[in-house]
Design a protein around this ligand. Structure first.
Ligand code: ATP
Ligand code: MG
Length: 333
């Protein structure tokens, strides 16, 4: 099909004006020629109308076709085919609408991909502890193993892991849906970090947890419970990767209008290729994945949501010679 001569114009109004002016000019010209050739008025009008309509058809070709393909694509997307796209070479409003439509379709496609991935991940994460629990219970029922206290403790641990996973998933979905308003308060940073350190010391008695706050009376604006959850997640990770009898350091300092927190450990650190990905849901480095210890890779995703809701930033850095530095940068007056 020949390219539309008006395709390069960026305004549909200008296109229509040109088409109308051209149609009127053709009609007039045909009329004048008809008069010279002594044709009757009805015949002149008929010929002028046919030529003008043909010209309008030719000139407006491609002006409405993106609209028709968008209609088809929208119907196909509604039926579940999110891979659908619209082809357009026009640069007017309809062309730009088609580009915006394609952008929306790409985003929907991505959301759909993430949803499928999430369902697959959730199913996998739930299936693993459930299968383990079921296998153990089957062995007990078949009389292969005796239900002694050690076995019951393992089963209890598996159940607790499941419960924690479900609670984390619920929490993440609430955060993502925006249904969790923050309860903002002004409170001392030292209280927050010391509460987290004390709690972690109970879980990891052979590690030392040190808190450094500068200035010591540093206060910040935030949701204390949510931020407690963030630093508990970061400290839990740090403790898990710290060698026996090692130390985890939690710091807070004022930097202008911001409060910058760090959680430092001297474990192996996060490999460079994973450092940007550890905040994704279910992401674990290979080392963490291959070990039975640790969780499902949701702790940092939750932390990032909470920090984002506070208008702050969170990132991971590698420490020299070894270890991980988690930085949380929050705005605070
Ligand atoms: N301090 C750290 N040192 C080394 N690797 C870390 C550290 N913190 C996080 N990681 C890596 O990032 C991954 C994701 O951490 P995240 O807290 O999201 O999940 P998790 O600890 O595996 O599980 P969950 O927190 O849900 O119980 C971890 O599995 C680990 O591979
Ligand atoms: Mg974690």
């Amino acid at each position: 099909m020949a390219a539309n001569p008006l395709q390069r114009l960026r305004s549909i109004k200008v296109k229509f004006s040109i088409v109308i002016v051209a149609a009127v000019a053709v009609t007039l010209a045909v009329n004048e020629i008809g008069i010279l050739l002594n044709f009757v008025a009805v015949f002149r009008a008929g010929v002028a109308a046919v030529i003008a309509l043909g010209m309008v058809q030719l000139m407006s070709r491609g002006m409405t076709s993106p609209l028709r393909s968008m209609e088809r694509a929208a119907a196909s997307m509604a039926a579940g085919n999110v891979g659908e796209r619209v082809e357009t070479s026009s640069s007017d409003e309809v062309g730009r609408l088609a580009v915006a439509f394609n952008l929306m379709a790409t985003e929907l496609d991505e959301v759909d991909r993430q949803r499928r991935e999430l369902v697959a991940n959730v199913s996998h994460e739930l299936r693993t502890p459930i299968s383990a629990l079921r296998a153990t219970l089957e062995n007990v029922v078949d009389g292969v193993v005796a239900p002694d206290p050690a076995l019951l403790r393992t089963m209890l641990a598996q159940t607790e892991r499941l419960q924690r996973l479900v609670a984390q998933l619920l929490d993440l979905s609430r955060l993502e849906s925006g249904n969790t308003p923050l309860h903002l308060l002004r409170f001392p940073a030292a209280d927050l970090l010391e509460a987290v350190a004390d709690e972690s010391a109970l879980h990891s008695p052979d590690l030392t947890f040190r808190v450094e706050v500068n200035p010591p009376d540093l206060a910040l604006d935030g949701d204390p419970e949510r931020l407690h959850q963030v630093f508990a997640n970061l400290t839990d990770n740090a403790a898990r990767f710290t060698p026996d009898h090692g130390e985890v350091v939690l710091t807070a300092q004022r930097k202008g209008q911001r409060v910058v927190f760090e959680v430092l450990d001297d474990g192996p650190g996060i490999p460079a290729e994973s450092i940007g990905r550890v905040f994704e849901r279910f992401y674990r480095t290979d080392e963490a994945r291959s070990s039975d210890e640790g969780g499902s890779g949701l702790g940092l995703a939750i932390a990032r949501w909470v920090v984002d809701l506070h208008g702050g930033r969170i990132w991971a850095e590698q420490r020299e010679p070894t270890g991980c530095r988690m930085v949380v940068d929050l705005p605070s007056q």
